[in-house]
Ligand binder design. Structure first.
Ligand code: ADP
Length: 490
């Protein structure tokens, strides 16, 4: 639309300029033609009147010559004749002309002057020498007003202006409509297509059947869309292939984990099962009776409880699904977990402290799962701590660099559990998060606590890690993505 307007305006400016120049040339040509005609008629009239006056003046005197002049004058009022230098009104001569100068006109000589200074008195003046006798030359002035010529020129200019206005209106409208059809409509289609491409819609080729630059542009856009669509298909195909490969890798990893779990499980469940088998068979075949049978039955119950514990931990590991993500009040999560573990701490003679001064108000997560992860870390810390030591739990929002594989961006809520235990041996550092890895005695640990905690952190988009504590002991940390400040404090 704007382009059409611009082209129309430029076209009109050119039209008006051309019309103005041709009108001016025509007016000048007409004016020249007028002058030429007038000059010719002045010369003819002047020659006739001058000859007659010279004749009459020579034969019958100056008064008779003047009578002839008056007589000629009455026949045409548009043309005025007078003998300038014989008359008294010499002062009415045009600027630059003097009586002496006019008298010096040679025989039959003619001089023309056009006065345009005052538009109302503009006139064409012709001076012709009239040799009245041997010693004297009079000068005949023929004066014709330019009023007629001026009227004609004004009319001509009016006509030109009217036709220019007509041309401007008709051509302007025509070029505007043509511009709309030839430029506006296809350009709008190209713009709409570009906007669709910007939004990712590559369908619907333009297919403009134009053989101009806009047609070329539309064809180039269609070709570009085809290439983009092909590239997108290729990229999607490659992504699907990558996802398939990734799935296969995960499947292989899962198989490895299952293998590790199976061997751990065999070890964890095998021992109590042996106990059950041995004790139950002594009860069944009557080898033991009375108190010994009761002791054997108690051993069977304990072994079953161990197996139940392992199975529960396994279920936790495999079914890491809680209530789903929701805002979790961090302070009450940690305090609730510690309250639940305090009796165990007291039994072991270990103090349990919470430092929640820097804790954010809320984080987004599954309260049940996070409580489980914190429980596992604190239980490990309590088990590792000597009597009289303190286990401290602290929470803060930090900007940490996530390990490879974690895509979430900071800041993160960090839950730290610090103890004064013996630390982790260098040979175990790589394996502590493996399922079923444990250094604890049979019956004390399942080797699933840390792997469950790690899995929960990973499911929240975070991770778990540990470091040696200065002065002895270990600090286990859980990192979970933090909420934006205003949401966290809401
Ligand atoms: P479990 O506690 O049943 O052994 P975990 O997965 O929780 O299983 O822990 C694996 C191992 O990591 C533990 O056996 C122990 O060797 C080591 N570990 C975990 N927490 C601590 C800790 N706070 N201090 C020292 N070692 C630890």
């Amino acid at each position: 639309m704007r382009l059409t307007l611009k082209v129309t305006l430029a076209f009109l400016v050119v039209c008006v300029t051309v019309l103005a120049v041709t009108a001016r040339l025509r007016v000048e040509r007409e004016r020249d033609h007028f002058e030429e005609q007038r000059d010719r008629s002045h010369r003819v009239l002047g020659a006739l009147v001058a000859a007659t006056i010279a004749e009459v003046w020579a034969r019958r005197g100056v008064d008779a010559a003047r009578d002839v002049l008056r007589h000629v004058q009455t026949t045409d009022t548009a043309v005025q004749l007078r003998l300038v230098c014989a008359d008294s009104d010499v002062a009415a001569l045009p600027a630059g002309l003097t009586c002496a100068g006019l008298r010096s006109l040679r025989r039959r000589a003619v001089r023309s002057v056009i006065e345009r200074d005052a538009p109302r008195e503009a006139a064409h003046l012709t001076y012709i020498a009239v040799p009245v006798d041997e010693s004297r030359t009079e000068v005949l002035e023929i004066r014709e007003s330019l009023e007629g010529e001026q009227r004609f020129v004004a009319g001509s200019i009016r006509d030109s202006a009217t036709s220019a206005a007509l041309v401007v209106c008709v051509c302007g409208l025509a070029s505007f409509l043509l511009g709309l059809v030839i430029v506006g409509v296809p350009a709008r289609k190209v713009i709409a297509k570009a906007q669709r491409v910007g939004l990712g819609d590559l369908s619907g080729p333009l297919a403009l059947r134009l053989h101009d630059e806009l047609g070329d542009l539309a064809r180039a856009m269609d070709a570009m869309c085809d290439q983009l669509a092909a590239a997108r298909d290729r990229a999607e195909h490659e992504t699907r292939a990558k996802l398939r490969a990734y799935e296969q890798l995960r499947h292989a990893e899962r198989l490895t984990t299952v293998g590790k779990m199976a061997s751990g499980l065999a070890h964890e469940i095998g021992t109590p099962l042996n106990v059950i088998e041995a004790r139950a068979s002594t009860i069944a075949d009557g080898t033991v009776q009375g108190d010994r049978a009761r002791a054997s039955a108690k051993a069977v119950v304990e072994a079953v409880e161990r197996i139940t514990g392992v199975v529960r931990a396994l279920l936790d590991f495999s079914r890491r699904k809680g209530e789903g993500a929701a805002p979790v009040a961090v302070r009450s999560l940690v305090e609730g977990t510690l309250a639940f573990l305090r009796p165990m701490a007291t039994r072991r003679g270990v103090a349990l402290e919470a430092h929640l001064g820097d804790a954010p108000g809320r984080l987004l997560g599954d309260a049940l799962q996070l409580g489980q992860a914190v429980t596992n870390l604190v239980m490990n810390a309590l088990q590792a701590s000597p009597q009289g030591a303190t286990v401290s739990v602290s929470v803060a929002t930090v900007d940490a660099t996530p390990p490879e594989g974690v895509t979430a961006a900071g800041p993160f809520v960090r839950i730290s559990v610090a103890d004064r235990g013996p630390g982790i041996a260098p040979e175990d550092r790589e394996r502590v998060f493996e399922p079923f890895f444990t250094t604890k005695d049979v019956g004390e640990g399942t080797g699933l606590g840390l792997s469950v905690a790690w899995g929960i952190a990973a499911e929240h988009g975070g991770w778990a890690c540990f470091e040696d504590r200065p002065g002895g002991g270990t600090v286990f940390q859980l990192y979970v993505p933090a909420l934006a400040k205003e949401e966290a404090t809401a």
